[in-house]
Design a protein around this ligand. Structure first.
Ligand code: SAM
Length: 347
């Protein structure tokens, strides 16, 4: 079956796929809406007025909620959508699905901290950074729920207003302290600005209906990001990455480990672009951390020796080697038993 973001798939199929794989277990409302759309030719016909790239469920539902669509059973939603279609179309044509989930730092952190413990301080480059909320892993607090009990971690200057909760299974290397980050920057096709209220409202609408804890976390993380501005270069990740790695190299002390990471980004690339980016990661003097849906990063699924727990689970990988299964919004991490822990030398 093809992803809900695949513009070549029929709209009904994309919505059914979204219900079955992406929304199931995460949002009862979106699962019901997506199934409702898939079974309703009139709503499909409405959505088919959009170009194929803009028909994705997350974009259409977010655009509707951005404009005030009530969280209600599908028949009411379908009625509302038909009445407000022109406005929804206007938003869907001018916006993109750029969910920025600081919670994903909780699943990146064990890998980042392992790199810092082995190699020293880090320079972080996030490709597909949206508003850059995942570029502050050293400025958030963490509550890891391990089988043996809770482990709290705080930034060096004390507890953060953002506390990321994460359930841990397997022998994840939960660190004693947060990694030192000397330099950070992002790349995005369309960087969002935490100082622009319309951008923050869009980020808020992108959070799924039932996820009130994520909405509160977004506001707190936006506060952190406003206090610590980070440059996000506008452009395509493959086009911009080489210059940004060179800048990180030039602007940090010798021996700094440059980490290029991404979460929930590569699914938006066509197969040739994914291959091109993976080849760049192989060639550049960086450590590469990916946290993406199954089958999205070339080669990662093939190197897996364990069956993923759910189809929606992401795979965290370092230099293409799977490390863990992660919940897509960072709520849990299941470390793999035989995952590697040594990075490639970072040039
Ligand atoms: C779903 S958001 C994820 C944001 C962030 N990584 C996170 O996990 O919270 C995906 C982001 O990737 C960006 N993106 C998609 N394709 C891109 C490309 N080819 N080059 C740069 N950014 C891209 C989008 O603009 C969007 O902001």
């Amino acid at each position: 079956m093809r992803a809900s973001t695949d513009p070549s798939a029929a709209t009904g199929e994309r919505y059914r796929q979204f219900a079955d794989v992406e929304a199931r277990g995460l949002s009862a409302c979106y699962e019901e809406w997506a199934r409702g759309v898939a079974d309703d030719p009139a709503t499909v016909a409405l959505i088919d007025r959009l170009p194929p790239t803009q028909r994705q469920p997350n974009l259409v539902f977010t655009s509707a909620r951005f404009l005030g669509a009530p969280v209600a059973p599908f028949p009411s939603f379908a009625h509302w959508l038909a009445e407000h279609w022109e406005a929804v179309e206007g938003v869907a044509l001018t916006h993109a699905t750029q969910t920025n989930e600081a919670g994903r730092c909780a699943v990146l952190l064990p890998a980042l901290a392992a790199l810092a413990a082995e190699n020293g301080p880090l320079a972080l480059i996030e490709v597909g950074a949206s508003a850059g909320l995942c570029l502050h892993p050293d400025r958030y607090s963490y509550r890891y729920r391990l089988p043996s009990g809770e482990r709290m971690l705080h930034p060096a200057d004390g507890p953060s207003p953002v506390v990321l909760d994460c359930v841990v299974t397997g022998r994840a290397p939960i660190p004693e302290r947060l990694p030192e980050v000397l330099w950070r920057a992002g790349i995005d096709l369309n960087p969002l600005d935490v100082n622009r209220p319309a951008d923050v409202d869009w980020l808020d609408a992108l959070i799924w209906p039932e996820h009130d804890d994520r909405r509160a976390r977004l506001q707190a993380a936006v506060g952190v990001a406003r206090r610590h501005p980070v440059e996000i270069v506008q452009g395509d990740l493959s086009v911009q990455i080489e210059a940004l790695v060179a800048r990180a190299r030039a602007e940090t002390p010798v021996g700094t480990t440059i980490v290029v990471f991404h979460t929930a980004v590569l699914l938006y690339l066509d197969p040739a672009s994914k291959e091109r980016f993976a080849a760049q990661m192989e060639r550049l003097p960086v450590c590469w951390l990916s946290n993406e849906a199954q089958g999205v990063v070339p080669g990662v699924l093939q190197r897996l020796s364990v069956t993923p727990p759910e189809t929606s689970a992401f795979i965290l990988a370092r230099d293409g080697e799977p490390l863990a299964f992660t919940q897509p919004h960072g709520r849990s991490i299941r470390w793999l038993p035989d995952s590697v822990s040594s990075p490639r030398p970072a040039g």
